[in-house]
Design a protein around this ligand. Sequence first.
Ligand SMILES: NC(=O)c1ccc[n+]([C@@H]2O[C@H](COP(=O)([O-])OP(=O)(O)OC[C@H]3O[C@@H](n4cnc5c(N)ncnc54)[C@H](OP(=O)(O)O)[C@@H]3O)[C@@H](O)[C@H]2O)c1
Length: 262
Amino acid sequence: MTAPRLPFDRPSADRRRILVLGGTTEGYALAEALVAADRWDPVSSLAGRTATPRPPAGTLRVGGFGGPEGLARYLTAEGIAAVIDATHPFASRMGWNAATACAATGVPLLRLERPRWVPGDGDAWTLVPDWEAAVTALRTLGARRVLLAIGRQEVAPFAGLEAVWMLIRSVQAPDPMPPFAQAEVLLARGPFTQEDEAALLRDRRIDTIVCKNSGGVTDAKLAAARSLGVRVVMRDRPTRPDTATAATVAEALAWVARSETA
Ligand SMILES: NC(=O)c1ccc[n+]([C@@H]2O[C@H](COP(=O)([O-])OP(=O)(O)OC[C@H]3O[C@@H](n4cnc5c(N)ncnc54)[C@H](OP(=O)(O)O)[C@@H]3O)[C@@H](O)[C@H]2O)c1
């Protein structure tokens, strides 16, 4: 006599394979929710920027696909039933590649993206489309002491501002360090509290913060800037393809369920 098969015993071949383009908190949360729903087989894809990434729930694959053509080949070869682009709002190339590959193969695509931050009462934001415009904005605003909260890889365009003292906050130090006239590197990993952020802004006499509109939960540095009257130069998100979009993991799960019957 064979034992009755429990739902979680279902062989993975019975389950639709869902490709989650990840590298974000949302990507991890979605993979977990797909596994927990016990109907789907998520494959999380990471670009491979982190040497030892946290393993997601379900299957993990690492590394680029080789452009939209490579991704289209992957979707077909792996029998992917749907793709969810949960990459970071500033990882737009992957978003465009996913749109092209999904259009070519007929695989449904959803964008899972955290809402952007929007300025409220008391905020003094200058919105810029790129770092070149941010440098111009700092000159126009007459900034003197700046917190660069943009990670370590994109700080070079700011090195030309010789009259500005820069506090570069990042998880790892810029390497190589661009030739800043006046700068200090502060190694720190968030999340930070509003109190800590306010203390940092006060202690270092920061007059302007430069950051990008990553979005998500309320940001402590933006709240601290508002309370202290510190200006913010905010890089806006890059344009992404026009696709179905979900703002939460629950919405994404509902879309996956609907795409099964479509
Ligand atoms: N940019 C940010 O501020 C930021 C912040 C936090 C996390 N991340 C994460 O870091 C990753 C790389 O960011 P990026 O700004 O370099 O991206 P990007 O500019 O959009 O992508 C560059 C190339 O990296 C590969 N790639 C990107 N995401 C991938 C993924 N999830 N799985 C497999 N390959 C991927 C693709 O290579 P092929 O063309 O060869 O397929 C893509 O063409 C993203 O997955 C993103 O979610 C980015």
